[in-house]
Ligand binder design. Structure first.
Ligand code: SF4
Length: 465
């Protein structure tokens, strides 16, 4: 019997990449690969890259430099190592990677992972392979499904991609170029995936897509279903205790989605709703196609049906042309909304995007200073939000043993980690926990028998900075 070949996959960036990496592991598992944590010991190393962060491609090339040494050592030991570059940098700069890095055997864009086995065989015959097209077929229909053991090993919470690509063309963003036009998977395929996951013990499903609430997949009735309708269908699947979705665009929040939050207890009252800036002028330059007031109205619509809903968001500081007044408008918006968490970044240009040609760059010192002010406001809101849980009883989905012996860790509806002393039998269950204290970002508490209502967090969140 041929021994299994070893695969090491290093994934950067967003949830989509985490999910894609798992599906590559499943697909290559069907071809006889097993995962190894040691790149030096692998027969195949895949770098699953992300183009969002600054200097993304430089980081890929320095990682490839290290892998070249590992590949040479493997060759000296009589072992052939293949190196593949996947993800958004592969999509954006595939030809250049092939030209600049002779150590790379395969370059594969995110829409072509189902072709990996053929691309690797092509490379084994000495022909370096590159595929960065946007094929018409749904790659997920061709990628191997995970085994029951793989699902169990990945835990009680799982991602399912429902949508890929984006048609919005925000001026700072590479996604429309690296992931292509919006594509939604059919409802029936998503339902099959979720059923397979829940049959193997998954309790929490996060539906993911670059622009997830632009979902418009074919429904069983032959019509395009909205994300809201999809949520109702997913909530009917036995074993689904919690549903989340990410990442949403404010303009695609429709009545179905609001109704799903009103009607479905399984839909978690925590929404990641990026706004990027609070200044209408900057939002316009970003081509976000909404203003700050539109965003506030969307938040109000959610809150009108679920007063306990909380929000996280993304912010870019120092977008070209951002003045102190624009930045203050962002702080004002944060103050008005009150966030449970947020991700904030300094603007950095992405080659090929319209914003990369904008001239009025904000100085590095100003960017640093603004980022610090914004993060300190968000931190104070997050701390207040977490403190508001003390003394209340919250539902926790238990995920795994914590580092401290006898302690388990789970997540609240708001994705806060919660620690309790309890037996591992309750992993996979959603149980009420009385929160006693806070340790940095973690809630500490104890199991109780009867859940009690949590206070209206919308009012708690309006305390601002
Ligand atoms: S909506 Fe999101 S994914 Fe689409 S272009 Fe804008 S930032 Fe990028």
């Amino acid at each position: 019997m041929t021994p299994p070949r070893k695969l090491h996959i290093k994934s950067y960036g967003c949830q989509m990449n985490v999910y894609d990496a798992q599906r590559m592991v499943d697909t290559l598992g069907a071809e006889g690969f097993v995962e190894t944590a040691d790149a030096g010991d692998a027969d195949l190393v895949i770098l699953n890259t992300c183009h969002i962060r600054e200097k993304a491609s430089e980081k890929v090339y320095s990682e490839l430099g290290r892998l070249r040494v590992a590949k040479e050592e493997a060759a000296k030991a009589g072992r052939a190592m293949q190196i593949a570059v996947a993800g958004c940098v592969a999509q954006a700069e595939g030809a250049e990677i092939i030209a600049r890095a002779p150590t790379v055997d395969v370059v594969v864009g995110p829409q072509s992972y189902h072709h990996l086995p053929q691309l690797l065989s092509q490379a084994s015959r000495g022909e370096r392979a590159i595929e960065t097209e946007f094929p018409a077929e749904d790659k997920f229909g061709f990628l191997a499904k995970p085994s029951r053991e793989a699902i169990r090993a990945r835990g009680v919470s799982a991602f399912v991609t429902v949508q890929e690509g984006c048609d919005k063309f925000c001026t700072f963003c590479v996604v429309p170029y690296t992931r292509g036009a919006e594509m939604s998977r059919p409802v029936a395929r998503i339902v099959d995936d979720v059923m397979q996951l829940t049959e193997s013990g998954v309790r929490e499903i996060t539906l993911i897509g670059q622009n997830v609430n632009a979902y418009h997949g074919d429904g069983p009735d032959g019509r395009a279903w909205t994300l809201g309708r999809l949520l109702y269908r997913i909530a009917e699947i036995p074993g689904v205790a919690r549903i989340r979705y990410s990442t949403s665009h404010p303009n695609d929040v429709d009545d179905d989605l609001i109704a799903a939050h009103r009607d479905l207890r399984a839909v978690m009252p925590f929404v990641h709703l990026p706004v990027q800036s609070g200044s209408d002028r900057i939002l316009d330059l970003m081509n976000r196609r909404h203003g700050a007031a539109d965003y506030r109205r969307v938040v109000d619509r959610f809150r009108s049906v679920r007063p306990d809903i909380a929000f996280s968001s993304d912010f870019i500081v120092g977008f070209p042309g951002e003045t102190e007044e624009d930045f203050r408008a962002t702080l004002a918006l944060i103050d008005q909304i009150g966030y449970a968490a947020a991700y904030s970044f300094k603007y950095s240009p992405r080659p090929g995007t319209p914003a990369a040609d904008m001239q009025e760059m904000v100085s590095a010192t100003e960017m640093d200073e603004r980022l610090e002010r914004l993060q300190s406001l968000i931190d104070s809101q997050q701390a207040a939000f977490n403190r508001s849980a003390i003394g209340t009883v919250v539902d926790v989905l238990f995920e795994r043993a914590a580092r401290k012996p006898g302690q388990l860790v789970g997540r609240t509806a708001y994705l806060q980690p919660a620690h309790v002393m309890a037996s591992e039998d309750i992993i996979g269950q959603v149980l009420p926990v009385r929160i006693d204290s806070l340790e940095r970002y973690s809630l500490l508490g104890e199991l109780v028998t009867t859940p009690a209502a949590r206070p209206d967090v919308a009012s708690l969140m309006s305390i601002g900075g």
